[in-house]
Design a protein around this ligand. Structure first.
Ligand SMILES: [Zn+2]
Length: 89
């Protein structure tokens, strides 16, 4: 079984049979305009999602203008990290 990047169409073999995650290691599941896209380590990199979705991804995924990626789950993770660092005794 292989996974295919939604943007560049590169493929990677599923690494293990009992892999819990649905996507290969280093890859990303990005929710854009309420659609989940599996993106490789290159296409799913956060650099494509700074402020707005990059023209490259907009083109490859044929997104509507002004499409938005839901980064809330990642933002939550970051927030948790920040809170841990801020802990005081
Ligand atoms: Zn890709």
């Amino acid at each position: 079984m292989t996974h295919t990047c939604a943007a560049c169409k590169c493929e990677v073999e599923k690494q293990t049979e009992d892999q819990k995650n649905d996507i290969p290691q280093g890859w990303f599941m990005r929710c854009i305009d309420e659609t989940d896209y599996v993106l490789c380590d290159v296409c799913g990199a956060s650099i494509h999602f700074r402020g707005a979705i990059s023209p490259y991804l907009t083109d490859c995924l044929q997104l509507a203008e002004g499409a938005r990626c839901d980064m809330s789950s990642e933002a939550l993770k970051l927030g948790r990290k920040r809170r841990q660092r801020r802990q005081r005794g």
